[in-house]
Design a protein around this ligand. Structure first.
Ligand code: NAD
Length: 461
């Protein structure tokens, strides 16, 4: 029976990164994955394919409407959806092959099949061509999450789709109804709106992007409405039925909505089914998330868990950090994730990016803070590139000036937030950011100016 120092179950961004890091630390590592392609939801049917479609649909929209005021006339822009989908798949396949190459380079042994525990240090891998038992000193559960649905809504990935089906519609839907105004609803709603769909977003809460700073979320809703997304807030979807005309979405206490495709984007749930965790006494919360201690160890000694399956922000980069911290802690004695400093990015246009505390969270904590805000329309590079929407907001402690949160809605916000996350990790004050030289003309100057604005001394606004 093959024995390894570490077995990682799941080759998503949490699992494959942890496997590589453990191999770098000299360990004999195996990774078990049930899908033919490595990379998990993020690579196969999540972050990467959605970004490929967001980029392509953005180019299509720009070419269709965007450049007349720059003196560039384009005639007869045509959509070849199949080629756009093929390009997306090529990107995914190339990156999947890349992870296989990394496993070979680091001598991580890959097992294909579904893993389940026999006992704490022993798993069985079931594949279509048979079963195999493996043992290990340590086992890391990195099985991620899957799409959650709603009672009364049966996802068939044809008419009623999850994010997976919404990445591969064979035709542009005439009217796409999106349930949920979170990351997936807004990103995929944006893709299909750009390609020609009428898009209606139904959201249970009275706001979009729950958890995000509400000033930023309000601005986002204003901008997306102008772009053509229709929002209906305060709508609790109770079911979807399929009829001759398409799909009818039933809403509690309100008139139903009729469309031809429905995207369900109401969150995700942890993947623990079939792992046989009960037999090894691994505890989970009421909602099924595996519980772990500060070192990512479960209630069963020698069994660890990281990423979506333990809850918290369901983000690829959070899982990666946890995977690395878990194996470093295990093999070097040091490893830590600062969960207060995990950036989040919504890849719409403009992008929305956030790190640290929102204004509401600070108010709730009763913490006094100062706020500096700077609009993109006052930035030279933003003007030159025609990206004037949005702002950068920096929140800093009133007494110490330490940066507590940064919230950006604007062009390339997802790139700009990296500087802010780094600064916060080093415990920077807004004055520290304000005194760092930022190249001119760049969008990054908006971050410097927002930092100056905390002290009321922005130069260009
Ligand atoms: P989400 O939790 O971000 O948003 C779900 C939304 O659905 C919420 O606003 C919720 O109020 C609403 N909702 C729930 N029940 C409803 C009902 N019955 N009727 C109407 N609205 C309802 O979830 P998501 O967008 O599905 O994304 C899933 C996970 O994937 C999230 O944790 C997200 O962070 C992650 N993700 C991240 C990115 C990114 O980083 N860019 C992209 C996609 C997904």
């Amino acid at each position: 029976m093959p024995h390894h120092d570490l077995i990682v179950i799941g080759a998503g961004p949490g699992g494959y990164v942890a496997a590589i890091r453990a191999a770098q630390l000299g360990k004999n590592v195996a990774c078990i994955e049930k899908e033919p392609m490595l990379g998990g939801t993020c690579l196969r049917v999540g972050c990467i394919p959605s970004k490929a479609l967001l980029e392509s649909s953005h180019l299509y929209e720009q070419a269709s409407h965007g450049w007349k005021d720059r003196g560039i006339a384009v005639s007869k822009v045509q959509l070849d959806l199949q080629t756009m989908l093929d390009h997306k798949q090529q990107v995914v396949n190339t990156l999947g092959g890349g992870i296989e190459g990394l496993f070979k380079k680091h001598k991580v042994t890959r097992y294909a099949g579904h893993a389940s525990f026999e006992e704490p240090g022993r798993v069985i891998v079931k594949a279509s061509d048979g079963e195999q038992e493996l043992t290990a000193d340590h086992i890391l559960i990195a099985t991620g999450s899957s799409v959650a649905s709603l009672p009364g809504v049966d996802i068939d990935e044809d008419r009623i789709v999850s994010s997976t089906g919404a990445l591969s519609f064979a035709e542009v839907p005439k009217h796409l109804i999106v349930i949920g105004a979170g990351y997936i609803g807004l990103e995929m709603g944006t893709v299909w709106r750009r390609l020609g769909s009428q898009v209606t977003v139904l959201e249970y809460l009275d706001r979009i992007l729950p958890g995000m700073d509400s000033q930023v979320a309000k601005e986002a809703q204003k901008i997306f409405t102008k772009q053509g997304l229709e929002f209906r807030l305060g709508c609790r979807v109770e079911g979807v039925s399929i009829n001759r005309k398409g799909c009818e979405v039933m809403i509690d206490g309100q008139e139903s909505v009729q469309g031809d495709r429905v995207l369900v984007a109401v969150g995700r749930r942890p993947n623990t089914t079939g792992l046989n965790l009960e037999s090894i006494n691994v505890e989970a919360t009421d909602r099924g998330f595996v519980t772990v201690d500060d070192h990512f160890e479960t209630s069963q000694s020698g069994v660890f868990a990281i990423g979506d399956v333990i809850g918290g922000a369901m983000l690829a980069h959070k899982a990666e950090e946890e995977g690395i911290a878990c194996v470093e802690q295990l093999y070097t004695g040091y490893g830590h994730v600062n969960h207060d400093n995990i950036p989040g990015v919504c890849y719409t246009e403009p992008e929305i990016a956030t790190v640290g505390k929102s204004e509401e969270a600070l108010k709730e904590e009763g913490r006094s803070y100062r706020k500096g805000q700077f609009p993109f329309l006052a930035n030279g590079r933003a003007r030159a590139s025609g990206h004037m929407e949005g702002f950068v907001k920096i929140l800093a402690d009133e007494q110490t000036d330490r940066v507590l949160g940064v919230h950006i809605i604007g062009a390339h916000a997802g790139e700009l937030i990296a500087e802010c996350a780094s600064a916060m990790e080093f415990g920077a004050s807004s004055e520290d950011i304000a005194r760092c030289c930022h190249a001119h003309p760049t969008l990054a100057e908006t971050v410097k100016e927002a930092a100056l604005a905390v002290d009321g001394r922005a130069i260009h606004f």
